[in-house]
Design a protein around this ligand. Structure first.
Ligand code: ARG
Length: 463
């Protein structure tokens, strides 16, 4: 393959090998080969339809590009570092295949700057749609798990201290809310990416009478970029994808942290399937939650990917700068990590076992119904602050005596306040505490079932 530079005309010296290696992006941007070829074919159709190149040449260019796609997919294409990036690798191979005289016409009215902007937008559209379906898979796994366990009561926490009993399903559906927002965010990002930049040239537009709309239509874009300088220097779509990815990982990471805790002997809320855990090379009893731990760990690298591109872009003058080539590795790393994490989480959630009894028993401990008792005193006429103080005193008393609320007799209660009547004993169950939170958004079974129905309609009936 020829390694002559498409831009070699004004140079009298060979590029230093170190420079070739340092500036090359082919090691990673070869991932964009399909989008690059797709974009070139659309561009070529348009050049021919506008009479800028003749149709016989266009046919040859297009067959050449298709042959190159096949070579790449069969693993026969030799990527060249001196040819720097995917755009020049493909263009140079096209010259080899159909001759430079015709191949050289493809780049009319185009620059690598608008070409790479196009490739990235096409790639983002494809990848975001893939992440959306993985996200949907995880959301559905969570909904199914919530549906199967909707009568299970667990201790709810604040500060990781036992707070109030909640339904396990309510806890799971909290994550469904987060992942639903992530899905929505991806749809917004998709819209940002759905604008066609070709025709912006290097930065100023082009003097050829091209038909930008035709290219947009062939490639399925919703609109055209309106400012050529912005179009070639904008990486907002990449940054938004990185942000969306970082937030998905952050939500996953919080969930994973809980799975790690919940699957410990100390919590014993859930049991992860053996097939999703690993063992220890020294401690025979160990069953480690490596998958959630690793997802929690990988959240860090995706946040790093986002921060890295934000910093790369922050001081760049208009329009294109080579710095922007640094957008690709963080983007690819983020996409790989997010896809891998979502793909493994859905089956992990489906295969975990919920230890109902253990959760229910623990929900009864730790004075988790203290707020119920305070609320009860309020209903009987005490100001909340006073009720809070009284129940606080009872908790202190129980702690000193090594008692739970349930161990207290009615006389014991009465000693702390005359406002208590026998009904207090019936307030001590975690299930009753859950049932009483019958407010829109609350944890009562009736509310959670309504939310489940809404979410099932939203996520399971659609397409
Ligand atoms: N490989 C380059 C990138 O990813 C393509 C655009 C190069 N343009 C240029 N004028 N050097 O940013």
């Amino acid at each position: 393959m020829s390694t002559q530079k498409p831009w070699g005309g004004r140079f009298s010296e060979r590029t230093d090998k170190l420079v070739e290696e340092f500036t090359a992006s082919i090691g990673f941007d070869q991932r964009l080969y399909n989008e690059d070829i797709q974009g070139s074919i659309a561009h070529c159709h348009m050049l021919s339809s506008c009479g800028i190149i003749d149709s016989g040449d266009a046919d040859q260019i297009i067959s050449g590009l298709q042959a190159i796609r096949e070579e790449i997919e069969k693993g026969e294409f030799v990527f060249s570092v001196p040819l720097e990036d995917i755009h020049m690798n493909i263009e140079s191979r096209l010259s080899d295949l159909i001759g430079a005289g015709i191949a050289g016409k493809l780049h009319t009215a185009r620059s690598r700057n608008d070409q790479v902007a196009l490739d990235i937008r096409l790639y983002l559209k494809k990848e975001i749609s893939g992440i959306k379906s993985l996200l949907k898979g995880l959301i559905n796994a969570l909904i199914t798990q919530a549906e199967d366990t909707k009568d299970v009561v667990m201790p709810g926490f604040t500060h990781l201290q036992q707070a109030q009993p909640v339904l396990f399903a309510h806890h799971l559906l909290a994550y469904v809310e987060m992942f639903s927002r992530d899905y929505q965010r991806l749809e917004d990002t998709e819209k940002q990416a759905d604008i066609m930049p070709l025709g912006s040239g290097a930065l100023a537009g082009t003097s050829f009478s091209i038909d930008r709309q035709m290219v947009a239509d062939e490639l399925g874009f919703a609109g055209l970029t309106a400012n050529s300088m912005d179009a070639v220097s904008d990486r907002d779509g990449v940054i938004e994808t990185l942000f969306s990815g970082a937030l998905i990982m952050l939500h996953l990471s919080r969930f994973c942290e809980e799975l790690v805790l919940w699957s410990s002997v100390q919590f014993n809320f859930i049991t992860l399937a053996d097939s999703f855990c690993t063992g220890s090379s020294i401690m025979p009893q160990k069953k480690n939650p490596d998958v959630p731990e690793l997802i929690r760990g990988k959240c860090g690298r995706v946040i790093g990917d986002l921060v890295s591109l934000l910093i790369t872009m922050k001081s760049l003058p208009l329009a294109y700068n080579k710095d922007m080539q640094e957008d690709k590795e963080p983007l690819f790393d983020c996409l790989d990590t997010v896809k891998g994490s979502l793909a493994i989480m859905a089956p992990l959630v489906r295969s975990m076992t919920v230890n109902r009894q253990s959760m229910a028993t623990q929900a009864e401990y730790g004075f988790s119904t203290a707020t119920e008792i305070a609320d009860y005193l309020v209903r009987r006429g005490l100001p909340f602050r006073q009720a809070h103080e009284i129940v606080g005193n009872i908790v202190a008393y129980c702690l000193e005596k090594g008692l739970q609320f349930k161990d207290m007799s009615f006389d014991d209660w009465k000693r702390f306040s005359d406002y208590f009547d026998e009904q207090v004993i019936s307030l001590l169950s975690a299930e009753d505490a859950v049932r009483s939170k019958n407010i829109y958004g609350g944890t009562a079974t009736q509310q959670v079932v309504q939310q489940l129905d809404r979410l099932k309609r939203q996520w399971q009936d659609a397409d």
